[in-house]
Design a protein around this ligand. Structure first.
Ligand code: NZQ
Ligand code: ZN
Length: 385
């Protein structure tokens, strides 16, 4: 077991109708909010109108920045910073999925500086202050609602980057699973693959922490169970609630307790695919992770056997066979919930190979534990077709 600090200051408010209590949380913080939303789902669902009427009831003035795209761009965050400054916002309310919330976190840091938010992601600057961020989550996937990370991209320069800082923990997050029933089947599946990928990235990190390993395997096992269920019963509250809570647990610090770090190479590979081809994050991960596992199968054998047993109850006593079986079953699961497992399924053809490898190199894609050379990049990419 490694030394670790476990600190998560985000207040999580979970369940049916919890958004109705938003005034209790925002009123003590300020009087002027910038609301950040995506391309329209929260207007279509009625959630935006409900929020506006609640804020009006507790006399919170507000302005809205809308149009955040999936695979969000730093330019939107810079524009929203300007709006927040002009308005004199004293808080941010993000309503949407990971893209909206990550943009809101960028705005929170950008509010107190004169340079582009992108400088934080380039590690050219560190925030000393950030506006308080409140989130109303509408898509279960990233865990951003309870973590200090944000991911944005610079499309022109082919770079999608993450940034983390303790100031970026949301102050409070409202998770009403009811709002996730309108997420289309494809994005629901991508959310499940993202949360499983978060488990795997941390599981293959360094450090020995038996409780955390069992916790991680349990999250994956339940994600598989509810991933199947949600395909059949998309409107079932309990199914949506379980997926939502699993996704939060997969990346809120719980699964690194007693470990040094995760590996995170697969997220690096996926960010290249998203910035180059604008594919959804979870769809990229269900292609990348099986490829990475196959490439490292020998080194990972013992850990793969542990997962085979805990997640799929496979234990034949033949380690090589069990390790393969875990990867096969994971791929099969991704196929069954209709998230892609090969690049050709998202129309990325071998003719793009050189461009993809150049982007891996540009962004220095590497694992924190399993180090990668350019030859490794190519070999892993070859497993993705
Ligand atoms: O833009 P709107 O109209 O809101 O539509 C969104 C979007 O088209 C839609 N949607 C969201 N909630 C909905 C809904 N549609 C119907 N009903 C609802 N209730 O779903 C689409 C995808 O939304 P998006 O926010 O892009 O998805 P997700 O939550 O998966 O976020 C993905 C982003 O998060 C980053 C990814 O790289 C990607 O940019 N990540 C952030 C992390 C973090 N901050 O910790 C970690 C992750 O590993 C990940 O990298
Ligand atoms: Zn992810």
């Amino acid at each position: 077991m490694e030394n670790f600090t476990r600190f998560n200051p985000t207040k999580l408010i979970f369940g049916k109708g919890v958004v109705d209590h938003i005034c209790d949380e925002v009123s003590p913080v300020g009087k002027r909010a910038i609301i950040v939303i995506g391309k329209g789902s929260v207007k279509a669902s009625g959630l935006y109108a409900r929020l506006v009427s609640l804020l009006n009831m507790c006399s919170i003035e507000h302005v809205t920045y809308e149009g955040i795209k999936s695979n969000p761009i730093y330019q939107d965050a810079d524009n929203a910073v300007q709006l927040a400054k002009d308005f004199g916002a004293d808080m941010i309310i993000a309503v949407g999925g990971g893209s909206v919330i990550d943009t809101a976190k960028a705005v929170a840091m950008g509010y107190y500086v004169e340079h582009s938010v992108w400088d934080f992601y380039l590690q050219k600057a560190k925030p000393v202050k950030a506006l308080p961020v409140f989130t109303i989550l509408t898509l279960a996937a990233t865990g951003t609602e309870m973590n200090p990370f944000t991911v944005l991209q610079d499309t022109e320069n082919g770079s999608k980057r993450g940034y983390g800082h303790p100031l970026l923990h949301p102050k409070a997050s409202f998770l009403d699973p009811t709002f996730t029933t309108t997420v289309p089947a494809n994005y629901t599946a991508y959310g499940v693959s993202d949360l499983i990928a978060h488990c795997l990235e941390q599981f293959f990190g360094s450090g020995n922490s038996p409780l955390t390993d069992l916790h991680t395997a349990a999250v994956i096992k339940l994600a598989v169970e509810y991933g199947f269920k949600v395909k059949e019963q998309a409107n079932d509250y309990d199914t949506r609630a379980n997926i939502m809570w699993l996704a939060t647990n997969a990346l809120n610090g719980s699964l690194t307790a007693g470990k040094n770090s995760g590996d995170w190479a697969c997220h690096g590979f996926e960010h290249s695919l998203s910035v180059l081809f604008d594919i959804p994050h979870g769809a990229g991960l269900s292609i990348v992770f099986p490829a990475w596992l196959k490439y490292h199968q020998k080194q990972l054998q013992q850990k793969l056997c542990f997962l085979a047993k805990q997640v799929f109850e496979i234990e034949t006593g033949k380690p090589e066979q069990d390790a393969s079986a875990f990867i096969d079953r994971l791929e099969l699961f991704f196929q069954e919930i209709n998230t892609p497992i090969r690049l050709s399924q998202v129309n990325i053809l071998p003719s793009s190979k050189a461009e993809i490898l150049a982007n891996f190199k540009l962004n220095k894609v590497n694992g924190q534990v399993y180090k990668l050379t350019e030859q490794d990049h190519e070999a892993i990419l070859d497993f993705m077709w």
